[in-house]
Design a protein around this ligand. Structure first.
Ligand code: FE
Length: 292
């Protein structure tokens, strides 16, 4: 869906700068899916409310074919954004969905989901991202929730400079995203910039924010951010937004949210506030109560 509305220009008075560049770590997960963990556990406090960002991309089926067989989640939300490829997800409650080329699956695990995420292709490119967004303590045990968005259902707009923006969550230039969340107010944009174009986005000063460049190279307040790098944006008290300038053609994710400021206790796919709640999650899973 492309909007024809007159876009609200985002005037930024003081720009956020880059605090730090992060390269991510090559790893594998599920049944051997090769991926780059861009947002790793040591960054969870700094990038609160975000817990993880994985980038996967390969044209070699051996890197992705086995997928992610049945596994549990509790206490947070997962946002899977498929750039290319075709994946099926299925869960213990009988939900089934297909995710492909530009689609998004937003899953609130809440008190518990057991699901599988399995590629539905034997060749070709599989590329995408999975973001983990924390839930506030009071919502960690809510009922699970799913929503699948085909690419055509995602709100999208273009600027005068030819920058194409998909608004997965939050709002940008007056365009409301596919999903909004009160506690964490997440902003999740996929931004495609033609060579030498720039894009501005207002950001509340207290929200943690980062940019991940997945094609080309950009500059943010004078700092070069190469491909496959995550740029953590500084939280200056006076800064009210970010400007991203493409060097050549570039594609980036811009992600921001309001920090929860709560303790984070993580054991694999369970993210709670205390160790006691983690033991509970592990026991519930072992005894078949997690997704009951
Ligand atoms: Fe999962």
């Amino acid at each position: 869906m492309t909007t024809n509305r007159i876009l609200r220009t985002e005037q930024i008075c003081q720009l956020r700068s880059v605090e730090r560049l992060v390269a991510g770590r090559a790893t594998s997960d599920g049944a051997g899916v090769k991926l780059t963990r861009v947002l790793t556990q040591p960054l969870q406090q700094r990038l609160d409310p975000f817990l993880m960002l994985d980038a996967f991309g390969s044209d070699n089926p051996d890197d992705y074919i086995a997928g992610f067989p049945d596994h549990p989640h509790r206490g947070f939300e997962t946002v899977t954004y498929m750039i290319a490829g075709h994946m099926r997800h299925r869960d213990s409650a009988g939900h089934e969905g297909f995710l492909q080329n530009g689609g998004v699956q937003w899953m609130t695990a809440g008190r518990g989901v057991i699901h599988s995420e399995i590629p539905q292709q034997e060749e070709g490119v599989m590329e995408g991202f999975q973001l983990w967004l924390n839930l506030p303590g009071r919502d960690k045990m809510i009922a699970p929730w799913y929503r699948d968005f085909a690419a055509a259902d995602l709100p999208r707009f273009s600027t005068d400079a030819g920058v194409a923006v998909t608004v997965i969550a939050g709002a940008s230039h007056g365009v409301a995203g596919a999903v909004s969340r009160e506690a964490t107010a997440p902003l999740f944009l996929d931004i495609h910039l033609p060579a030498a174009a720039s894009f501005s986005q207002s950001l509340p000063a207290g929200h943690n924010a980062f940019v991940y460049v997945y094609r080309g190279e950009v500059r943010i307040d004078g700092t070069a951010v190469p491909s496959q790098r995550l740029a953590i944006l500084a939280n200056h008290a006076q800064a009210d937004g970010v400007r991203i300038e493409a060097v050549g053609e570039a594609k980036v994710l811009l992600i921001a949210g309001r920090p929860l400021g709560e303790p984070i206790a993580q054991y694999g796919p369970f993210v709670m506030n205390t160790d006691q709640e983690i033991y509970q999650a592990v026991n519930d899973y072992r005894e078949g109560r997690l997704a009951a």
